[in-house]
Design a protein around this ligand. Structure first.
Ligand SMILES: *Cc1c(COP(=O)(O)O)cnc(C)c1O
Ligand code: SF4
Length: 457
């Protein structure tokens, strides 16, 4: 229905990007027609969690199917994302027309209880250079450095399930960012083991091309011959494909991609696609065509999220269409333990089932995808399967990435649990008291260079 219609739409004349927040959406006739409790939900929640959508995303919503529509769920916050007492606290303040600072205090308290930084993001993976932390950089896996340019800490729309939400709601001391790429460059000069820089955010494609180039072009210099790939993690193809087609500096960004490719490196766009509908418009297809014409590769990844994409056929269709358009399926993630997780979480057993059923129903070209994967403290933990071994039902797991590369691709076992939704819910199987990597002291990337760490199995 909706999908077929969209695919035949012509590309609309150039439209400038404009964020839609609570005030603008309240005036949209499609929103005004929604039931009062759905509208109140968005109003209350947007005091606590960041809410932003835009005209392109709002047009992707099937408004007759709200609130269940997956694209509505993707950017519009819902009442059930807060515990009932937290919801009522904010709702009653709003009904009483409380002053903004009073609402803010309540909202901040509620947010702080929502585990804003899971998996030791802030403390564990920020590397040091000459004894000082390299701000805006994380280095967890040997080959790949993550870089968070300060101007890229926002997005064209906000996913309701985003684990980076503290960055968007003005909790200043929870933010981490890079003021300039100089420290990154200095760090990379000392780390020849790094082959990939993955620029992330927020969404780096929110930046003007000039800023993006200022951050990244220096990395094309001869000192960085060890860099083989530059990756850009982005949801702009799903949320604002105009960025690559009709925005003022759309052509400039393509020229920059060409320059990266001409330097002999892979430019990989790590595109976040959550639902096949995001691949259906004429605009996104034109954006994909243009990016690929620069020699860049596009890989696709997303978390598995209840109410948005928790069906095997949704993923199978997304991977099939992606492959058809020249994209490479990459990761299916398990939703992290942060924010309104209870609202979105899918048990690991179910996640595995969805992954397997989707994977079984696509061509080999789409089976480049790996998952379901949890970004946990030891690394990216994949659920390989569920099996009964010697009478015990277990999860078979492995690490796709690990803070110690010796841990990668060694199958291990956890007791099966129907309700487990995250790695921390899992316990070793077969009477073991720990997983093989537990208790091995963490190392900094520098130490990792020097030491081959003992592996206990
Ligand atoms: C996923 C991830 C990467 C990239 O890993 P690849 O498997 O190479 O895509 C790098 N750093 C961190 C912290 C990650 O979570
Ligand atoms: S696009 Fe990425 S960073 Fe932005 S809100 Fe969505 S998940 Fe978060």
């Amino acid at each position: 229905m909706h999908q077929a219609q969209l695919a035949h739409q012509a590309i609309a004349p150039a439209e400038r990007y404009r964020a839609i927040g609570l005030r603008q959406i309240a005036a949209d006739p499609r929103f005004e027609k929604l039931p009062a409790d759905v509208r109140e939900g968005v109003e209350v929640l947007s005091q606590v969690l960041p809410f932003r959508t835009n005209s392109y995303v709002a047009d992707l919503v099937d408004w007759d199917a709200v609130p269940d529509d997956p694209i509505f769920q993707l950017t519009f916050p819902q009442r059930e994302m807060l515990a009932p007492e937290a919801y009522e606290r904010v709702a009653s303040l709003l009904r009483a027309r409380a002053a903004a600072p009073e609402i803010r205090v309540a909202a901040d308290e509620i947010r702080l209880r929502m585990n804003p930084h899971p998996a030791g993001q802030l403390t564990h993976n920020v590397p040091k250079l000459d004894g000082r932390p390299v701000e805006g950089v994380q280095h967890k896996y040997r080959e790949t450095v993550l870089y968070f340019p300060s101007q890229g800490q926002t997005c064209h729309a906000y996913c309701t399930y985003c684990f980076r939400w503290p960055q968007f709601v003005g909790m200043a001391d929870l933010k981490f960012e890079a003021r300039a790429s100089e420290r990154l460059q200095a760090y990379l000069r000392r780390h020849p083991e790094v082959t990939d820089v993955l620029v992330t955010g927020g969404d780096p494609m929110i930046m003007k091309t000039a800023s993006l180039r200022a951050h990244l072009e220096p990395l094309l210099a001869p000192d960085f011959a060890h860099l083989r790939s530059l990756r850009i993690g982005t949801k702009a193809l799903a949320y604002w494909p105009q960025r690559f087609v009709t925005d003022d500096d759309a052509d400039d960004v393509l020229r920059f991609f060409e320059r990266v490719v001409a330097s002999g490196r892979q430019l990989a766009v790590m595109a976040h696609f959550s639902h096949p509908r995001e691949l259906s418009t004429a605009l996104v297809r034109e954006a994909i065509r243009r990016i690929r014409s620069t020699g860049a590769q596009i890989r696709m990844q997303a978390p598995l999220v209840r109410r948005v994409n928790d069906a095997a056929e949704t993923w199978a269709e997304m991977w099939r269409t992606g492959v058809q358009l020249g994209l490479v399926p990459y990761y299916m993630f398990v939703e992290r333990d942060t924010g309104p997780k209870n609202y979105f979480e899918v048990p690991l057993a179910r996640a595995y089932q969805i992954f397997r059923d989707a994977y079984q129903n696509v061509s080999g070209l789409a089976r480049t995808v790996r998952g379901p994967s949890m970004s946990a403290h030891p690394g990216k933990v994949r659920v390989l399967g569920v099996q009964t071994v010697a009478g015990q039902k277990v999860f078979v797991l492995d690490l796709l990435q690990a803070r110690n590369h010796h841990w990668v691709r060694r199958p291990f076992f956890a007791k099966f649990s129907r309700r487990a939704t995250w790695f921390s819910d899992l316990r070793p199987a077969f009477g073991e008291d720990r997983f093989f990597f537990d208790g091995v002291r963490d190392r900094t990337p520098e130490e990792r260079e020097l030491l081959e760490m003992p592996v206990t199995n």
